[in-house]
Write a protein that binds this ligand. Structure first.
Ligand code: 9MR
Length: 366
C-alpha cells in the first residue's frame, strides 16, 4: 500500500515560504504539545453541531473501556465513530460460519450512549480477510465466490441493521494507475462484484447510506478519474450508492489536495461525500514548519468539507498518536493525530476548533 499521492499533484504542496511565514508570525518555534482541549460548548462536536456536520473518529476498541482518558475524549469530542478494525471480515468471521461481533457491538453501545452515529467499515475489501478465506480463495469458482461474498455482506449488514449511518461497502478497489485492484473479488467475480455488493447491502438495510471509500482519490490523477467513472456509472445504472469517502491520509511532504473542488465534482453526480480517515503525518521529530503544515492539513481539509454541502462527515483516523497505524507502516514518520502519546491535545486540535468557529451560516447538512 503506498498512500503516496500521484506525482502530478506534489507541486500543489503548501508553499514552504507561506508555511514559514505563518510559523514565524506565530513567534518562531511552536510548542507541538501546546493546545487547550475544548470542553462544554468548545468541544469539536459542539462547535460543529449547528452545521449538522458530524465530526468523527476511528475507535481502537482495545482502549475502549480500559483507558478512561481515551473514553472521555472519544465521547466528548466526537459525534460519530468508526471501528478501526472490528467490523472487518477477519474480525467478524474468524472461522468459517463462526461469527464474533462482540467488540463491534460494544462500540455500537458506546456510540448509542454518547449520541454518536456509526460509520460501518468495511464490507468488501482485499485486505484483512480471514485466514480460512485466504486459503480457500484460489480454489473458488465464480459462483462460490459470489455466494460467499453475498452471504458476508448480507450477514453483517443484517446484524447491524438500523444501527449504521454510513457503510463503507467497497473499500480501495483501485490501483494508483486507475486499474481495478487485482483482489480475490476481481479475480473470481469480475468487476461486477462492486455493484453486486451495493445491491446486497441495500437489500439488507435500505436505510443505511452506502459509500465507496478510497485513499489518494483526493488528488487529481488516474485513480480519482477511475473512482469518478465508477460511481458515475453506478448512479447511471441505478445501483444504490449514496456517497464517496475520501480517506484523506495526508503527509506534509506531498501537500494538501483541493478537496473542495473534488468533492463538489462528485457531489454533482447526486452523491454525498465524506472525509473518512483523516490524518496528517510528517517526518519525526516535528519541526515548527512541519507542525504548521500539519495544522494547515487539518484545517484546510475541514474547511473544504464545510464548503461542500454534500460533505456530511469529517472523520479522523484515530485521535491519539500512541495508537496510530502510521509508525508501523512509515518508519520515521508519525505525529499524525490531534492528540500526542499522552492524549494531550496538539495544535492540530486547535486548528480544527478555529475552522469550526467560522462555520456559522454554512448550509446545514444532515
Ligand atoms: O488503522 C488500521 C490498522 O490498525 C490495521 O492494521 C490496518 C490493516 O490494513 O488497517 C488500518 O486501517 C486502514 C483502513 O481500514 C482502510 N484505509 C487505510 C487505513 C490505514 O491503513
Amino acid at each position: 500500500m503506498s498512500f503516496r499521492p500521484p506525482l502530478a499533484r506534489r507541486s500543489a504542496a503548501v508553499s514552504a515560504a507561506a508555511v514559514l511565514a505563518v510559523a514565524l508570525a506565530a513567534g518562531g518555534a511552536m510548542n507541538a504539545s501546546a493546545a487547550t482541549e475544548g470542553t462544554g460548548r468548545t468541544t469539536l462536536r459542539a462547535l460543529a453541531q449547528p452545521t449538522g456536520l458530524r465530526i468523527g473518529t476511528a475507535i481502537n476498541t482495545d482502549e475502549l473501556g480500559s483507558n478512561a482518558r481515551y473514553d472521555r475524549i472519544a465521547a466528548r469530542q466526537f459525534s460519530s465513530v468508526t471501528p478501526e478494525n472490528v467490523m472487518k471480515w477477519d474480525a467478524v468471521e474468524p472461522q468459517r460460519g463462526q461469527f464474533d461481533y462482540a467488540d463491534a457491538d460494544e462500540l455500537i453501545r458506546f456510540a448509542k450512549k454518547n449520541h454518536q452515529l456509526v460509520r460501518g467499515h468495511t464490507l468488501v475489501w482485499y485486505n484483512q480477510l480471514p485466514q480460512w478465506l485466504v486459503e480457500l480463495g484460489p480454489s473458488l469458482t465464480k459462483k462460490q465466490a459470489t455466494a460467499i461474498l453475498k452471504q458476508h455482506v448480507i450477514d453483517e449488514v443484517t446484524h447491524f441493521k438500523g444501527r449504521i449511518w454510513q457503510w463503507d461497502v467497497v473499500n480501495e478497489a483501485f490501483e494508483e494507475d486507475g486499474t481495478l485492484r487485482n483482489s480475490l473479488w476481481l479475480q473470481k467475480i469480475g468487476p461486477s462484484y462492486i455493484e453486486k455488493a451495493f445491491r446486497w447491502a441495500h437489500e439488507a438495510d435500505p436505510k443505511a447510506l452506502l459509500f465507496y471509500n478510497d485513499y489518494n482519490i483526493e488528488y487529481g490523477g488516474p485513480k480519482q478519474d477511475a473512482a469518478y467513472a465508477l460511481v458515475k456509472g453506478l448512479k447511471k445504472k441505478g445501483v444504490p450508492i449514496d456517497g464517496v469517502g475520501f480517506q484523506t491520509h495526508l503527509d506534509t511532504q506531498y501537500g494538501i489536495p483541493d478537496l473542495e473542488t473534488t468533492m463538489k465534482k462528485f457531489a454533482k453526480l447526486g452523491l454525498k461525500t465524506a472525509e473518512t480517515e483523516v490524518d496528517v503525518r510528517t517526518t519525526l521529530p516535528v519541526t515548527p514548519v512541519e507542525q504548521s503544515a500539519q495544522n494547515a492539513g487539518y484545517s484546510e481539509t475541514l474547511q473544504a468539507c464545510l464548503l461542500v454541502k454534500a460533505c456530511i462527515s469529517y472523520t479522523v483516523w484515530g485521535f491519539g498518536d500512541e495508537y496510530s497505524w502510521i509508525p508501523g507502516v512509515f518508519p520515521g514518520e508519525g505525529a499524525a493525530d490531534l492528540y500526542d502519546e499522552n492524549l494531550v491535545a496538539k495544535p492540530q486540535y486547535t486548528a480544527l476548533q478555529t475552522v469550526l468557529r467560522t462555520a456559522k451560516g454554512v448550509p446545514h447538512r444532515r
